[in-house]
Design a protein around this ligand. Structure first.
Ligand code: AHR
Length: 557
């Protein structure tokens, strides 16, 4: 029972008949709470529905007349650290490379990333950010340094400020830069911001112009440190707060175009887990913010949470079976608890939700591929990762009022990547396809979906069998995402929609023969999307989900 309730808290689904009722109530309060809190009459009929057995039809009930928060497109952000082949080879090959490139940045990667409409990219780290000195990466003569965090390899600094912002420009994204708090100084960070953003003819602005960019850059987000409680300097909350107050004061953005609406958002270092150490961290920062002086401020609190089960990461990224599939998915669902926990603390000090929770490192972290340098965090990406990505994106969407940014780790060749490269070769991962399928959810309005997920059980692990979210886009089209977690059985879905008159629907699905199916350079389309048949029967949208699949459908009125 304890386990069942834990699941119900986490997911709003059910294990036994009793838990079905608990989870339904929980679901409705979570998704429609502001609309129906206190409405016991509304909940009663739901409590009387029979429990869903494993193979039964799943009924979704969408209320398009009750829009929720906007799903901030920044939850689809990416993270690119100077780590392994993430930047060098993944993005940067240099202008003299035989690999087709534009000013040193690979064309194939740019084209692929453009197609998934990346809202922002966090750079240069990660742990690397707190050892990064920006001046070494500008100008004609680059300083060669070391990357002690990730393999102790040479850092040529050939990819620096201008190259990163050129890359951002080429893919049509926004910059999320993390400044060095751990081993840098406020002066170094302040000067970087002046170099980047001033339009006045200071010496730094002239240097920027001499390096090829006379006009100020736009910097959308600024991270003040990274994991300052660990690789970023092992700081206590109080020590970090003293740094945050100073840095936040001096990292000014001078870009005239960013003084009003497009203001740069400052992101403070937040928690890295759910234990007391992390809740104390969130408490300290949020309490200090509540009482902050005019002279410092922040707009977001970061949170890092990897799906790893236990450290050091030992799960394989390919060549695993259903046991590891279910273990990893169980672990990834902990994201929900973590967000709830830290959101509750944030609500105490910021009931108006001015401060965003930015999950700026998330994803699966497995054992490094045997053929790779262990410090490069290279792993394959399977159908399991696609399902994991969908489950997390859905969690973020359900918390859209507070979670207004997230950055999957990491974009290319590192951890749960969108793209893998091997010199001139490139392959799109299953996770890439999920991000592409979710493009319509970017900045769409969350719409509540009620459903009874049923269960999927493997060994001693029981998970919700189905997950779903819905949203309305700018032109009023309804979008639904439905994940079938069960790797063995299809699921019949029947969706009733209020608030719009469903006239036509279509969709696409992502699945593959096995839970550990991957896309390789030799077989790049093993895990890919195909269209799915969706029918409207008696006003209800009906379709059959394949086992272990991610499906997105659009409904026209
Ligand atoms: O993404 C890999 C590492 O994970 C980052 O450098 C660090 O911030 C985190 O611990």
């Amino acid at each position: 029972m304890a386990f069942a309730i834990q699941i119900s808290n986490r997911w709003m689904h059910c294990v036994s008949a009793v838990d079905v009722m608990l989870s339904r109530a929980n679901f409705f309060f979570r998704n429609c709470g502001s609309l129906i809190i206190g409405s016991f009459v509304v909940l009663m009929p739901l409590l009387l529905f029979p429990a869903v057995k494993a193979q039964e039809k799943v009924q979704l009930s969408v209320d398009a007349s009750k829009p929720g928060a906007r799903i901030d497109r920044n939850i689809f952000g990416q993270f690119a650290e100077h780590l392994g082949k993430g930047v060098y080879e993944g993005v940067w090959v240099g202008p003299d490379s035989k690999i087709p490139n534009t000013r040193g940045i690979r064309n194939d990667v740019v084209a692929a990333l453009k197609a998934i409409r990346i809202p922002n990219i966090r750079w240069p780290g990660g742990c690397f950010a707190d050892e990064y000195h920006w001046r070494k990466g500008i100008g004609p003569q680059r300083v060669v340094t070391l990357n002690p965090n990730w393999g102790g390899v040479i850092e040529p600094n050939t990819f620096g400020t201008h190259e990163f912002l050129d890359f951002i420009d080429q893919i049509g994204s926004e910059a999320y830069i993390s400044v060095n708090v751990g081993s840098g100084t406020p002066q170094e960070a302040a000067e970087w911001l002046e170099y980047l953003t001033t339009s006045q003819q200071t010496t730094l602005a002239k240097e920027r112009a001499a390096n090829g960019h006379p006009t100020p850059y736009k910097i959308a987000y600024l991270g003040i440190g990274n994991e300052s409680w660990d690789c970023g300097g092992n700081m206590t909350p109080d020590y970090y707060l003293s740094q945050l107050r100073i840095y936040s004061r001096f990292v000014r953005n001078f870009n005239p175009a960013q003084q009003d609406k497009l203001q740069m958002l400052k992101i403070a270092v937040g928690p890295g887990g759910g234990e007391a150490r992390w809740t104390e961290w969130t408490e300290s920062i949020m309490k200090a913010w509540q009482n902050h002086q005019w002279s410092w401020d922040m707009n977001g609190l970061s949170m890092h949470n990897y799906t790893v089960v236990r450290w050091p990461p030992a799960f394989l990224s390919v060549g695993f079976g259903e046991t590891e599939y279910s273990q990893i998915l169980k672990s990834t669902l902990e994201m929900e608890d973590l967000i709830n926990k830290h959101s509750a603390i944030m609500d105490k000090y910021d009931p108006q939700k001015k401060i965003a929770l930015i999950v700026d490192e998330w994803g699966a972290w497995y054992a490094s591929l045997p053929s790779s340098h262990p410090g490069f965090l290279a792993q394959q990406n399977s159908l399991r990762d696609a399902i994991l990505a969908a489950l997390n994106l859905n969690i973020f969407a359900r918390h859209a009022d507070r979670v207004r940014g997230a950055n999957i780790a990491q974009m290319i060749n590192v951890l749960q990547a969108m793209i893998l490269t091997d010199k001139e070769k490139m392959v799109l991962t299953p996770t890439y396809h999920v991000f592409k399928m979710y493009v319509p959810f970017q900045d769409a309005t969350f719409v509540p979906v009620a459903f009874n997920a049923g269960t999927y059980t493997h060994g001693d692990i029981t998970l919700p069998r189905v997950d779903a979210i819905a949203a309305k886009d700018a032109v009023g089209k309804l979008w639904l995402e439905i994940t079938n977690v069960d790797p063995n059985s299809p699921v019949e879905i029947e969706t009733s929609i209020t608030g719009i008159n469903a006239r036509a629907a279509r969709g696409e699905t992502l699945t593959a023969p096995k839970v550990d199916s991957v896309n390789s350079f030799e077989a790049p389309n093993t895990v890919t999307t195909k269209s799915v048949s969706v029918k409207i029967v008696g006003g209800k949208v009906t379709l059959k989900l394949e086992p272990k699949s991610v499906t997105v459908i659009s409904v026209e009125q």
